[in-house]
Ligand binder design. Structure first.
Ligand SMILES: NC(=O)c1ccc[n+]([C@@H]2O[C@H](COP(=O)([O-])OP(=O)(O)OC[C@H]3O[C@@H](n4cnc5c(N)ncnc54)[C@H](O)[C@@H]3O)[C@@H](O)[C@H]2O)c1
Length: 255
């Protein structure tokens, strides 16, 4: 257990399922109180389950990360129920596949709105809370290896562009907020078996095999493979680490 994490308060966007919920679980195991923000109805039930499993206070709030007012309400509720958030994990994200020549503006815009603008707005709401309290904080944005390399065979230009934006946003905020004591880093996962990717791999086992065959470690990541990295980035063990994106991909991008 990382003793400096015990009793802290984390907001996890996209926390109702997938990598967000798994990272929330890793922090709860360290005694961190958890506020899950998500659009899915199951957000409240999953927060309650987390509280039971790990004996920490939690709250699940219905929040759309593309809305600054919904985020402000979410942070207000999280603060009332748990205390002022000291950690923010931005895991809310979507992907929409399609050929760029046929992509409609509204589809492009939706991916950018959730993945990039949503990440910015959640960081802004969190940063404002830190500034008001004159207290430090930690942000972990969930980027992707797709910020650095182009995935094949699927076409997802909007996703690549949004995640590349998340990486530059991470650096910009790390520099801008260094004086406030807010560290901002990113995690860039390769192919992980989340609820999102399971939908693709189960309906298309050949695609799953193609992805797997390109990963030197020979398997897709399991959500719990992020546990150590997210715990490290949130704790004082990484006190001098900010403005970085750490790839965790079974060496996919190494070749
Ligand atoms: N699974 C992978 O292989 C992989 C790889 C690299 C990066 N990522 C990133 O990890 C993050 C989590 O993805 P996942 O694979 O767990 O997917 P997921 O679909 O299982 O989880 C994403 C969550 O985000 C929520 N969400 C979507 N739009 C939202 C909005 N507007 N407001 C609030 N919540 C919203 C969803 O409801 C869902 O609960 C995403 O940012 C994704 O891009 C995933």
């Amino acid at each position: 257990m990382s003793s400096d994490l015990f009793g802290q308060i984390a907001v996890v966007t996209g926390g109702a399922r997938g990598l967000g919920l798994s990272m929330a679980r890793a922090l709860a195991r360290q005694g961190v109180r958890i506020a899950l923000f998500d659009l899915l109805e199951q957000v409240e039930a999953n927060a309650a389950e987390l509280a039971k499993e790990h004996d920490v206070e939690t709250v699940g709030v219905s929040v759309d990360v593309t809305s600054d007012t919904a985020l402000a309400d979410g942070f207000r509720i999280a603060t009332q129920r748990l205390g002022r958030p000291t950690i923010l994990i931005n895991a809310a994200g979507i992907t929409i596949w399609g050929d760029s020549l046929d992509t409609e503006l509204k589809v492009w815009q939706k991916v950018i709105d959730v993945n990039l603008t949503g990440t910015f707005l959640a960081c802004q709401a969190f940063g404002r809370g830190c500034r008001s309290a004159q207290a430090p904080g930690v942000v972990v944005n969930v980027s992707s290896m797709s910020a650095k390399v182009v995935n094949v065979p699927q076409h997802q230009a909007s996703y690549h562009a949004s995640k590349a934006g998340v990486e530059m946003l991470t650096k910009a905020l790390a520099v801008e907020w260094a004086d406030l004591g807010i560290r901002v880093n990113a995690i860039a996962p390769g192919y992980f078996l989340s609820d999102m990717t399971r939908e693709f791999t189960e309906s298309n086992p050949e695609l799953a095999e193609q992805w797997r065959s390109m990963i030197p470690l020979g398997r897709m990541g399991e959500p719990h493979d992020l546990d150590g990295l997210v715990t490290f980035l949130c704790s004082d063990s990484s006190a001098y680490l900010t403005g970085q994106s750490i790839v965790i991909d079974g060496a996919y991008t190494a070749i």
